[in-house]
Design a protein. Sequence first.
Length: 417
Amino acid sequence: MPYVKAVFLGAVLAMGQLGAADYGINGGMGKAVKVMQYPGVGCTGTFKNPILSQDASGACKVDYKEHSYSGPLAPLNNQITFHVRGPIKLFNFAAYYPSDPPPREKRDLPHHHRRSHYHEHVKRKAKKVKTEVKEELVTVTKYAGPKPTGGAQKPVKGGYSATGGSGKYFKKIASYDSAKKVCDNVTFMNNKGDPQLSGDWTKCFGNSESFMSADGKSASAKPQCLAPDTLFGVNEEFSIWTGDKCSQDEIAYSGNACRKGWDGDNKVFVFKFTMPIDNSPGSNSNMPAVWSLNSLIGRTLQYPAKPEWSCWSTGCGEFDIFEVLAGEGEFSNAMTSHLHSFQGSPMKGSPNAKGGGGTPDFFKRPVTGTFTGMVSYLSDGAITIQQLDEGFDFPEYLPMDTIKKGMRKATKANVYA
């Protein structure tokens, strides 16, 4: 996760939401679930994005551009990117956006199980709470702030529509298939910027994002498809972006390696992976994770030396999807989630202490087998994570009925009551 999690942790501790004597997954060990849901995640506000440069004399320069945001998912209705930390092996990834299939194909689509072929991290401590979970689902319904305000949906940059079609179907617009060696509209990147290859490096700010080599070990001069069966070890990371080049006003510190993120108020993503045990030394030993960030973080610096060199510290947004918070003990076999945003009002005496929230419940970590998980960011203001059947085969179209299947079982659970 971003370096600034330590900063955010201090802010939340100041709010009294986290108890220093309590350990575990966001406040203690909860229950194994099949679905986690975060409704009402959006808020209205502003954040500052740093613009980094180094002049001919070697002097470091940082300017700031203020961004405003609003809407049911804000700020995560902006472009987001996915970041992955080992130990992990990725088998499949797919992105889905609203779009109807042709009429004849639509008639052939069943509603379920359609078959087709085709951070430096700091362990969190949290206040223990009671969470009722039924049918293996948890809904996180309270954060440290008021309900979000609504906002108009916007078109997705890069040719995708956040509101296309009838809203009853989502079309696969990008995919990675390890077994078939397929990379379609995805770009794999890492933090190994090299001016001779891609991205940048300066004495002031270090390495930017870069195109990743097929084995994940270094930078590449051009985008490469992740090689089949690539195992990322402890503290080895990569990120997933679209295949679309940035517009001129989006190009930042990553320079020629700049790619667009996944934009819009309606977007669905599916991952298939395994997370084997790896106790090699490291600050995140045996703590794999998959999380999403505002794309401005990756385009600037994911791990800067100073907090103010990233928009994370001013609330541009992060959502942890599948995160292992401990490298040993019972918590090492659990993947949980957490929302980081500035939803909410400042606490008296702590103006930077604002919202977010998480759950002590978890998905079972796939230590030996595989896990297929879907995360949906929808215009109703909810982010939902679901474990899918292992038979899920990444079809060309997903009916909304399939996407919302698990949501209908939602049981209220106040995590930060």
